[in-house]
Design a protein around this ligand. Structure first.
Ligand code: FAD
Length: 456
């Protein structure tokens, strides 16, 4: 961006406008996935909805590409682009809790760490992701899968209203009663419809939980997955969590001689009593003896941040995903072939259950595409060394190609990669055509296109 338009932008906003000449440009242009190395024309560190509206208008007027960034965790790096104007929302980080109404208003750039800290002070929480550094923005707009989903629905199911800057630079409120079509589309349609500058969530009484990880021998994997497939159909809704393939990190509860080996893991989060939780976990111990485990009572927010250190900012990321119905014996066989090859301690494969309260919501009540699924599976390749990009990307692709025939033909948009755009219609499922209609109304020129893009 040349000096003149940058000055024009600076005159329109109160936040910092960082351009290639600025001393902090190289830091400001970084996103969480360091495989993404882009040089935007300007990064605007927005301080208000008015700033965001000014950036949106500037992009529309100048024809510059617009990138929107909340927590910056997008694996495809949708929060930046070469030559783009970036609306960085990380300064919109205020969370205000109304403990009596059990609601929280949170800025568009808040992370789950910030959100949980504010709500935990009142013994309250809502469904968020399993890593606390992730932004509430991208995660909620794509759906939002986490420990509390079986009990309280997806993050987007807990959205009461949103303050949105639309493509024409207007600041509107979307809720069941105002702009209801927009509100419908925001709940699963990703960043396609506008910039959410403030989310209002419903909260639930959650403070201490009983949970943590258990590690099992790979040889017990087939029995454990088969057990999990049945267990989860009738498991109490207070139980959230997922089986995984995971290399054991060097933690005190892992036998020293097993650190660095791949295992089938189970991560649990139970919001009921410790006794009831133990009964559930005993069911797994009856199937197989854990090699290591670290379960107990802890604050929900502590579990939410427990795995942050495994996935620090700055890794290389390449992910694929599938929605699946049953974990059939044939599918489990393929998982047991590819999962144990998980290449680094940062990489993982998670099998998130999609049932309980998520299935209480009608499939067309929000834009989230696949409430008919039983599992959202993510093959999350993450590693520090760019020299391993080719080999590790290949692991992810080969794994996904093997299990795809056993999937439902769609994936969770928040786990999709940049090369998954051709699958967008399948990923939004039966809601895709209505999403296109809403897109035509709210963003006919596709200003918001750096996302799993819905063509108007
Ligand atoms: C380590 C890690 C763990 C994860 N764990 C989970 C998990 O447990 N559950 C889960 O469901 N997902 C999870 N995800 C996926 C996550 O939902 C997506 O990466 C999501 O895009 C992250 O949101 P963000 O705001 O941090 O990302 P950003 O990169 O800031 O945003 C991604 C895109 O979302 C849109 N967007 C973000 N904020 C806004 C806003 N306020 N208004 C409008 N559009 C916006 C924009 O299109 C933007 O380009 C995880 C991702 C990572 C990297």
């Amino acid at each position: 961006m040349t000096a003149q338009p940058a000055e024009a932008l600076r005159a329109r906003v109160s936040g910092s406008v960082i351009t290639p000449g600025s001393p902090d440009y190289d830091e400001a242009r970084k996103v969480y996935n360091f495989m993404i190395d882009r040089r935007p024309a300007a990064i605007v560190q927005c301080t208000s909805a008015t700033d965001v509206a000014a950036v949106v208008r500037q992009a529309a007027e100048t024809g510059l590409e617009l990138a929107v960034r909340g927590g910056a965790h997008s694996v495809p790096g949708f929060g930046t682009a070469d030559g783009a104007l970036v609306a960085d929302l990380s300064g919109l980080n205020t969370v205000t809790v109304d403990p009596d109404a059990r609601t929280a208003r949170a800025g568009g750039g808040v992370t789950w760490a910030g959100f949980n800290e504010a709500t935990a002070a009142h013994g309250l929480a809502t469904t968020g992701g399993v890593v606390s550094t992730t932004g509430i923005g991208g995660l909620t707009l794509g759906g939002g899968i986490g420990y509390l989903a079986r009990g309280y629905g997806l993050s987007c199911d807990n959205l009461i209203s949103a303050q949105v800057v639309t493509a024409d630079g207007q600041i509107v409120t979307a809720s069941e009663s105002e702009h209801p079509d927009l509100f419908w589309a925001l709940r699963g349609g990703g960043g396609n419809f506008g910039v959410v500058t403030e989310f209002t969530f419903r909260l639930h009484p959650v403070s201490d939980i009983y949970g943590g990880p258990m590690f099992f021998e790979l040889s017990d994997g087939p029995a454990l997955f088969a057990y999990f497939n049945e267990f989860i159909k009738t498991a109490p809704r207070e139980w959230g969590g997922f089986p995984a393939f995971q290399i054991a990190p060097p933690l005190p509860f892992v036998p020293e001689d097993r650190v660095g080996e791949p295992f089938v893991a189970l991560v649990s989060c139970f919001t009921g009593s410790a006794e009831e939780a133990e009964k559930i976990l005993q069911g797994f111990r009856d199937v197989a003896t854990p090699v290591a485990e670290h379960v107990g009572t802890m604050p929900y927010a502590a579990l939410n941040g427990a795995f942050d250190a495994l996935v620090p900012r700055g890794l290389q990321h390449y992910w694929k995903a599938e929605f699946a119905g049953e974990l059939t014996a044939e599918a489990i066989k393929l998982h047991m072939e590819h999962g144990p090859r998980v290449p680094t301690v940062n990489s993982t494969v998670h099998f998130y259950p999609i049932n309980g309260a998520v299935h209480d919501v009608a499939p067309d009540a929000t834009a989230f595409g696949h409430r008919d699924a039983s599992f959202a599976i993510v093959i999350a390749g993450m590693w520090p060394d760019p020299a391993e990009n080719e080999a590790n990307t290949k692991w992810v692709k080969d794994y996904d190609a093997a299990i795809a025939p056993h999937s439902m033909g769609g994936m969770y948009v928040n786990f999709a990669s940049a090369d998954d755009q051709s699958k967008v219609a399948a990923n939004y499922g039966a809601n895709y055509e209505r999403l296109r209609e809403v897109k035509r109304r709210y963003d006919p020129s596709n200003l918001f296109h750096l996302n799993q893009n819905i063509q108007p």
